[in-house]
Design a protein around this ligand. Sequence first.
Ligand SMILES: Nc1ncnc2c1ncn2[C@@H]1O[C@H](COP(=O)(O)OP(=O)(O)OP(=O)(O)O)[C@@H](O)[C@H]1O
Length: 226
Amino acid sequence: MIHFDRVSKRYPRAGQDGLRGVSLEIGQGELVFITGHSGAGKSTLLRLIPRLERPSGGRVVVAGVDVGQLPRRKIPLLRQRVGVTFQDHRLLADRSVFGNVALPLEITGVARREAARRVRAALDKVGLLHKETSYPEALSGGEQQRVGIARAVVNRPPVLLADEPTGNLDPGLSEEIMRLFTSFVSIGTTVLIASHDLELVERFGHRTLTLRQGELVGDRPAREAV
Ligand SMILES: Nc1ncnc2c1ncn2[C@@H]1O[C@H](COP(=O)(O)OP(=O)(O)OP(=O)(O)O)[C@@H](O)[C@H]1O
Protein backbone atom coordinates (compact mmCIF):
# COMPACT_ATOMS: atom_id res chain seq x y z
CA MET A 1 0.00 0.00 0.00
CA ILE A 2 2.87 2.34 0.88
CA HIS A 3 6.28 1.92 -0.66
CA PHE A 4 9.36 4.11 -0.07
CA ASP A 5 12.29 3.54 -2.39
CA ARG A 6 15.51 5.22 -1.17
CA VAL A 7 13.61 8.34 -0.17
CA SER A 8 15.43 11.44 0.96
CA LYS A 9 14.11 14.82 1.94
CA ARG A 10 16.31 17.86 2.17
CA TYR A 11 14.74 21.08 3.40
CA PRO A 12 15.98 24.32 1.91
CA ARG A 13 18.02 26.31 4.43
CA ALA A 14 18.10 23.45 6.97
CA GLY A 15 21.28 22.09 8.47
CA GLN A 16 20.13 18.49 8.66
CA ASP A 17 18.25 16.36 6.14
CA GLY A 18 14.70 15.37 7.05
CA LEU A 19 15.11 11.84 5.65
CA ARG A 20 18.07 9.96 4.17
CA GLY A 21 17.76 6.92 1.90
CA VAL A 22 14.69 5.41 3.53
CA SER A 23 13.24 2.27 1.91
CA LEU A 24 10.23 0.49 3.34
CA GLU A 25 7.08 -1.40 2.43
CA ILE A 26 3.80 -1.26 4.34
CA GLY A 27 0.95 -3.56 3.36
CA GLN A 28 -2.78 -2.89 3.28
CA GLY A 29 -4.37 -3.21 6.71
CA GLU A 30 -1.06 -3.00 8.60
CA LEU A 31 -0.66 -0.87 11.70
CA VAL A 32 2.85 0.53 12.01
CA PHE A 33 4.40 2.76 14.65
CA ILE A 34 7.15 5.17 13.69
CA THR A 35 9.37 6.15 16.52
CA GLY A 36 12.59 8.06 17.16
CA HIS A 37 13.80 11.15 18.97
CA SER A 38 12.66 14.67 18.23
CA GLY A 39 13.98 15.67 14.80
CA ALA A 40 14.53 12.04 13.70
CA GLY A 41 12.23 12.51 10.67
CA LYS A 42 8.92 11.00 11.81
CA SER A 43 6.76 13.93 10.68
CA THR A 44 8.72 14.22 7.44
CA LEU A 45 8.04 10.56 6.64
CA LEU A 46 4.31 11.01 7.24
CA ARG A 47 4.07 14.30 5.35
CA LEU A 48 5.51 12.75 2.18
CA ILE A 49 2.57 10.32 1.89
CA PRO A 50 -0.26 12.83 1.15
CA ARG A 51 2.26 15.05 -0.73
CA LEU A 52 2.37 17.69 2.00
CA GLU A 53 6.09 17.48 1.15
CA ARG A 54 7.84 16.20 -1.97
CA PRO A 55 10.85 13.91 -1.77
CA SER A 56 14.20 15.38 -2.83
CA GLY A 57 15.28 11.93 -3.99
CA GLY A 58 13.78 8.45 -4.40
CA ARG A 59 10.15 7.46 -4.83
CA VAL A 60 7.11 7.45 -2.55
CA VAL A 61 4.40 5.17 -3.96
CA VAL A 62 0.91 5.08 -2.41
CA ALA A 63 -1.58 2.53 -3.76
CA GLY A 64 0.53 2.16 -6.91
CA VAL A 65 0.83 5.91 -7.52
CA ASP A 66 4.20 7.71 -7.46
CA VAL A 67 3.03 10.66 -5.38
CA GLY A 68 6.16 12.75 -5.93
CA GLN A 69 5.35 12.82 -9.66
CA LEU A 70 1.62 13.37 -9.24
CA PRO A 71 0.26 16.30 -11.30
CA ARG A 72 -0.96 19.14 -9.07
CA ARG A 73 -4.61 18.68 -10.10
CA LYS A 74 -4.57 15.10 -8.77
CA ILE A 75 -3.30 16.00 -5.29
CA PRO A 76 -6.79 16.65 -3.80
CA LEU A 77 -7.86 13.10 -4.73
CA LEU A 78 -4.73 11.67 -3.07
CA ARG A 79 -5.47 13.69 0.09
CA GLN A 80 -9.03 12.35 0.22
CA ARG A 81 -7.56 8.89 0.34
CA VAL A 82 -5.11 9.67 3.14
CA GLY A 83 -6.67 10.79 6.44
CA VAL A 84 -4.34 12.76 8.72
CA THR A 85 -4.55 13.68 12.41
CA PHE A 86 -2.19 16.01 14.22
CA GLN A 87 -1.19 16.39 17.83
CA ASP A 88 -2.64 19.89 18.04
CA HIS A 89 -6.01 18.79 16.54
CA ARG A 90 -6.33 21.86 14.28
CA LEU A 91 -10.07 22.07 14.86
CA LEU A 92 -11.91 25.20 13.73
CA ALA A 93 -13.09 27.10 16.83
CA ASP A 94 -16.09 28.69 15.09
CA ARG A 95 -17.54 25.37 13.96
CA SER A 96 -19.36 22.82 16.05
CA VAL A 97 -18.09 19.26 16.41
CA PHE A 98 -20.49 18.27 13.62
CA GLY A 99 -19.24 21.14 11.43
CA ASN A 100 -15.60 20.21 11.95
CA VAL A 101 -16.12 16.58 11.04
CA ALA A 102 -18.27 17.54 8.03
CA LEU A 103 -15.54 19.75 6.54
CA PRO A 104 -13.80 17.13 4.33
CA LEU A 105 -17.20 16.08 2.93
CA GLU A 106 -18.13 19.67 2.10
CA ILE A 107 -14.85 20.05 0.24
CA THR A 108 -15.54 16.93 -1.83
CA GLY A 109 -19.15 17.97 -2.46
CA VAL A 110 -20.95 15.07 -0.76
CA ALA A 111 -24.74 15.68 -0.65
CA ARG A 112 -25.97 17.11 2.63
CA ARG A 113 -28.05 14.17 3.79
CA GLU A 114 -25.34 11.61 2.98
CA ALA A 115 -22.78 13.87 4.67
CA ALA A 116 -24.86 14.06 7.85
CA ARG A 117 -25.17 10.29 7.92
CA ARG A 118 -21.43 9.80 7.52
CA VAL A 119 -20.54 12.49 10.08
CA ARG A 120 -22.76 10.78 12.65
CA ALA A 121 -21.27 7.38 11.83
CA ALA A 122 -17.75 8.79 12.35
CA LEU A 123 -18.75 10.50 15.61
CA ASP A 124 -20.39 7.31 16.81
CA LYS A 125 -17.19 5.42 16.07
CA VAL A 126 -15.15 7.75 18.32
CA GLY A 127 -17.88 7.81 20.99
CA LEU A 128 -18.84 11.47 20.60
CA LEU A 129 -22.25 11.41 18.99
CA HIS A 130 -23.71 13.17 22.02
CA LYS A 131 -21.34 16.13 21.52
CA GLU A 132 -22.18 16.96 17.91
CA THR A 133 -23.50 20.45 18.73
CA SER A 134 -20.64 21.35 21.12
CA TYR A 135 -17.83 23.68 20.15
CA PRO A 136 -14.16 22.63 20.39
CA GLU A 137 -13.42 24.95 23.35
CA ALA A 138 -15.98 23.05 25.43
CA LEU A 139 -14.21 19.73 24.92
CA SER A 140 -11.39 18.06 26.82
CA GLY A 141 -8.06 17.38 25.08
CA GLY A 142 -8.96 13.73 24.56
CA GLU A 143 -12.34 14.64 23.10
CA GLN A 144 -10.74 17.15 20.73
CA GLN A 145 -8.31 14.48 19.62
CA ARG A 146 -11.22 12.13 18.93
CA VAL A 147 -13.01 14.81 16.87
CA GLY A 148 -9.79 15.13 14.84
CA ILE A 149 -9.81 11.37 14.29
CA ALA A 150 -13.49 11.41 13.23
CA ARG A 151 -12.67 14.17 10.73
CA ALA A 152 -9.73 12.15 9.39
CA VAL A 153 -11.82 9.03 8.81
CA VAL A 154 -15.11 10.55 7.63
CA ASN A 155 -14.11 10.06 3.97
CA ARG A 156 -13.29 6.41 4.80
CA PRO A 157 -9.70 6.76 3.60
CA PRO A 158 -7.71 3.58 2.94
CA VAL A 159 -4.71 5.16 4.70
CA LEU A 160 -4.75 6.89 8.09
CA LEU A 161 -1.76 8.83 9.43
CA ALA A 162 -1.41 10.11 12.98
CA ASP A 163 1.37 12.45 14.07
CA GLU A 164 1.88 12.16 17.85
CA PRO A 165 -1.82 11.46 18.49
CA THR A 166 -1.32 11.04 22.23
CA GLY A 167 1.15 13.88 22.77
CA ASN A 168 -0.79 15.82 25.41
CA LEU A 169 -2.93 13.06 26.83
CA ASP A 170 -2.68 11.18 30.11
CA PRO A 171 -1.78 7.47 29.92
CA GLY A 172 -5.37 6.18 30.18
CA LEU A 173 -6.57 8.39 27.35
CA SER A 174 -3.50 7.58 25.25
CA GLU A 175 -4.33 3.92 25.46
CA GLU A 176 -7.95 4.60 24.50
CA ILE A 177 -6.88 6.62 21.44
CA MET A 178 -4.47 3.88 20.40
CA ARG A 179 -7.25 1.29 20.67
CA LEU A 180 -9.38 3.47 18.44
CA PHE A 181 -6.68 3.43 15.75
CA THR A 182 -6.35 -0.31 16.10
CA SER A 183 -10.06 -0.66 15.41
CA PHE A 184 -9.64 0.88 11.94
CA VAL A 185 -7.16 -1.81 11.01
CA SER A 186 -9.89 -4.40 11.41
CA ILE A 187 -11.76 -2.81 8.49
CA GLY A 188 -8.68 -2.93 6.25
CA THR A 189 -7.33 0.60 6.80
CA THR A 190 -3.56 1.01 6.74
CA VAL A 191 -2.54 3.00 9.82
CA LEU A 192 0.78 4.77 10.53
CA ILE A 193 1.31 6.37 13.92
CA ALA A 194 4.33 8.56 14.75
CA SER A 195 5.04 8.57 18.46
CA HIS A 196 8.01 9.15 20.72
CA ASP A 197 6.17 7.44 23.59
CA LEU A 198 8.31 4.29 23.53
CA GLU A 199 6.55 2.72 26.47
CA LEU A 200 3.15 2.98 24.78
CA VAL A 201 4.55 1.77 21.45
CA GLU A 202 6.14 -1.21 23.19
CA ARG A 203 2.97 -2.09 25.06
CA PHE A 204 0.95 -2.47 21.85
CA GLY A 205 3.57 -4.64 20.15
CA HIS A 206 2.78 -3.66 16.56
CA ARG A 207 5.41 -3.39 13.85
CA THR A 208 7.72 -0.52 14.75
CA LEU A 209 10.01 1.50 12.49
CA THR A 210 12.77 3.47 14.20
CA LEU A 211 14.30 6.58 12.69
CA ARG A 212 17.52 8.26 13.76
CA GLN A 213 18.73 11.47 12.16
CA GLY A 214 16.63 10.81 9.07
CA GLU A 215 17.73 7.20 8.61
CA LEU A 216 15.69 4.07 9.14
CA VAL A 217 17.68 2.18 11.77
CA GLY A 218 15.11 -0.39 12.90
CA ASP A 219 12.11 -2.34 11.61
CA ARG A 220 10.79 -4.59 14.33
CA PRO A 221 7.97 -6.93 13.31
CA ALA A 222 4.76 -7.17 15.30
CA ARG A 223 4.80 -9.43 18.31
CA GLU A 224 2.71 -12.58 18.02
CA ALA A 225 -0.98 -12.21 18.80
CA VAL A 226 -1.45 -8.46 18.37
N1 LIG B 1 9.83 22.71 7.14
C1 LIG B 1 11.10 22.43 7.50
N2 LIG B 1 12.10 23.25 7.14
C2 LIG B 1 13.39 22.97 7.49
N3 LIG B 1 13.76 21.89 8.20
C3 LIG B 1 12.80 21.06 8.60
C4 LIG B 1 11.41 21.28 8.29
N4 LIG B 1 10.70 20.26 8.82
C5 LIG B 1 11.58 19.46 9.44
N5 LIG B 1 12.83 19.92 9.31
C6 LIG B 1 14.07 19.28 9.82
O1 LIG B 1 14.07 17.92 9.41
C7 LIG B 1 14.49 17.07 10.47
C8 LIG B 1 13.40 16.04 10.78
O2 LIG B 1 12.25 16.72 11.32
P1 LIG B 1 10.86 16.03 11.62
O3 LIG B 1 9.91 17.09 12.04
O4 LIG B 1 10.50 15.15 10.50
O5 LIG B 1 11.24 15.11 12.87
P2 LIG B 1 10.32 14.41 13.96
O6 LIG B 1 10.95 13.09 14.22
O7 LIG B 1 8.91 14.42 13.50
O8 LIG B 1 10.49 15.34 15.22
P3 LIG B 1 9.42 15.72 16.38
O9 LIG B 1 9.23 14.48 17.20
O10 LIG B 1 10.13 16.80 17.13
O11 LIG B 1 8.17 16.19 15.68
C9 LIG B 1 14.82 17.99 11.63
O12 LIG B 1 16.22 18.23 11.61
C10 LIG B 1 14.07 19.25 11.34
O13 LIG B 1 14.71 20.37 11.86
